[in-house]
Design a protein. Sequence first.
Length: 367
Amino acid sequence: MIPVNEPDLGGNEKKYLQECIDTGWISSEGPFIEKMESSVAKICNRKHAFAVCNGTAALEIAVKAVGISTGDEVIMPTFTIISCALAVVRAGATPIYVDADPFTWNMEVENIEALITERTKAIMAVHIYGITVDMDPLLEIAKKHKLKVIEDAAEVIGQSYKGKPCGTFGDISTLSFYPNKHITTGEGGMVLVNDLELAEKCRNLRNLCFGKTDRFIHEEQGWNFRMSNLQAAVGVAQLEKLPETIKKKKMIGKLYHSRLKECEIFTLPVVKTNYCENIYWVFGLVCNDLSMDAKWFTNRLSKNKIGSRPFFYPMHQQPCLQSKRKRTVCLKQSEFMGKYGFYLPSGVTLKKEDIEKISNLLISEIK
């Protein structure tokens, strides 16, 4: 079986984990937590970083920290993982969806301003599949209307927008370290900010909002969203390989492009825009032949022992979010991608011969 993703754990992961065991630092305190937070803050050019248990937790903290609450609206892409929408809904707010750009698969920034009302509190920018959102015009809109900006950079650690690292934009940024990301801690995430007051909020929310003078008197509700030193040990080892990981990801993208570029029924990922170059969190395809949807391809790949995944199913079509849906706008591109988009094995352990096998199978299936 060729898995859809397999993490590379061939660096210092075992060594650092053994160090945790030998020293007894296995809980949510320890030197690897501090090292990982400072390393990620440096990569993302942020003053403060807070390691958490997963990317969903990072989003929950981010939404709460910037003050989103009942009655507010947050403009966000409909083409994204459900964690983004759930963080907004669980805060009592309403997600307002923007369609995807057919070229980059990211949110259409040019359609954001028309959705702003007196209830709009923030814009959530989610970078998709290795290409960034066009941040400059988004930040201009946010500044004009005095809106908060939450940047979900879960899929793009190590990526940059016009030379500036992802994770540095807006009021607050989040990362995920799930096993299919460019670096992994098994499960894990990060919240990144510059503002000192916002940093203090994130620190408290991550750790149950313990009292400053009387520890067990809580003035606010928080979560136990802490990362363990064991997870951070894996993360520190992963960070050491990040430049090489991105190099491998780009090579995987290049090989897939070279083999599949002649397949006219597929829309392939954009290689680069005028503001970034794709780092291929995953290598996605959108089939433009309506007789073959994502399920058709993933079933055939599976029968040949090749892992794959369908694209995100749009948020505005999610059954569990229908009660929070407001203001119907055209979201046809996301609906099309949700039905006809899928991604191929893209992990850093993927071999050239694997890409050849996968590509040859796809080509034979569409002839």
